[in-house]
Design a binder for this molecule. Structure first.
Ligand code: A2H
Length: 253
């Protein structure tokens, strides 16, 4: 993370079916608006491979009106930033509807734009920071070591994590090829660095660094509209497409 702002892409994950606990809290409090969980990503070109979405179980999320039709679910901190970036109807004004704890959202069914999977689920992750992005992390286990390891942990210990195994059943999709790590860099690095769980923070940070650089400088798309093009080129194209279609927006912090 260098100097200056980070250019995230805010991905709109449409809520299809709230988990029962979240439904009790949220229903009747959003004025009939469509609710989207907003995930902040630095890798829009990987959105084809979304297999689930992660929230932090110790985080508190808010739902905020964006206009009369739509509401966004994210941290209050990120919503404040969004109100100054032309993302919401009233500049600088937060329209808070209701709060919901991360735990209540686990098992919520969402539609993630561009994912090969028509409907996926919200799952828990240990290392979601309240201070970064929107607090919602869309999961691409083929290309993100953090996502891959968290998903692997959940699959190994569904009961411990209090999830239905069916929510974690969607497999990573090969999206990008690199000369060194083949067509699925995240599992390759997790194996090479002998990472065993999402608690292996140091090795995961190293894997993340390698995956990001390898993908960006040497990666070629093996899936989607820009198949055969370099990641460096495809990244901006996929991002522009998503924004033009209204399924994503620019978000900086
Ligand atoms: B990235 P940086 Cl495929 N807590 O999106 C923890 N992680 C968060 C977060 C939060 N509050 N908000 C966003 N992130 C994740 C895709 C992806 C990402 C891939 C590969 C690498 C990667 C799918 N997950 O990130 O520390 C989001 O995951 C590694 C650079 O600010 C976001 O992009 O660099 C990235 O971390 C931003 O992390």
């Amino acid at each position: 993370e260098g100097l200056g702002p980070q250019e995230f892409t805010g991905i709109k994950l449409e809520v299809v079916d709230l988990a029962p606990e979240a439904k009790k809290i949220i229903e009747g409090n959003v004025g009939g608006r469509k609710v989207y969980m907003v995930a902040a990503t630095l890798r829009p070109e990987t959105m084809y491979g979304q297999t689930n979405c992660f929230v932090g179980t110790s985080l508190k999320y808010g739902i905020f009106a964006v206009n009369d039709q739509e509401a966004y679910l994210c941290t209050q901190r990120s919503m404040r930033n969004m109100t100054f970036q032309g993302i919401t109807a009233d500049r600088g004004e937060i329209h808070h509807l209701v709060d919901v704890p991360g735990t209540a959202l686990i098992g919520t069914k969402i539609k993630a734009p561009y994912s090969v999977y028509p409907e996926i689920y919200v799952l828990p992750m240990d290392n979601v920071l309240a201070t970064k992005g929107t607090g919602v992390v869309t999961s691409v286990p083929s290309d993100s070591p953090d996502d891959y390891q968290a998903l692997t942990d959940l699959r190994k210990k569904a009961e411990y994590y209090k999830i239905d195994a069916a929510w974690a059943k969607f497999d990573p999709i090969p999206l990008i090829t690199t000369p060194t790590y083949g067509d699925m860099i995240a599992p390759a690095l997790v194996k090479q660095l002998k990472i065993n769980s999402q608690k292996d923070i140091k090795q995961l940070a190293e894997a993340k660094e390698i995956a990001y650089k390898e993908g960006f400088y040497n990666g070629v798309m093996s899936y989607g509209k820009y198949k055969g093009e370099s990641v460096q080129v495809a990244k901006a194209k996929v991002r522009a497409d998503m924004i033009a279609e209204g399924v994503a927006f620019a978000y900086a912090e």
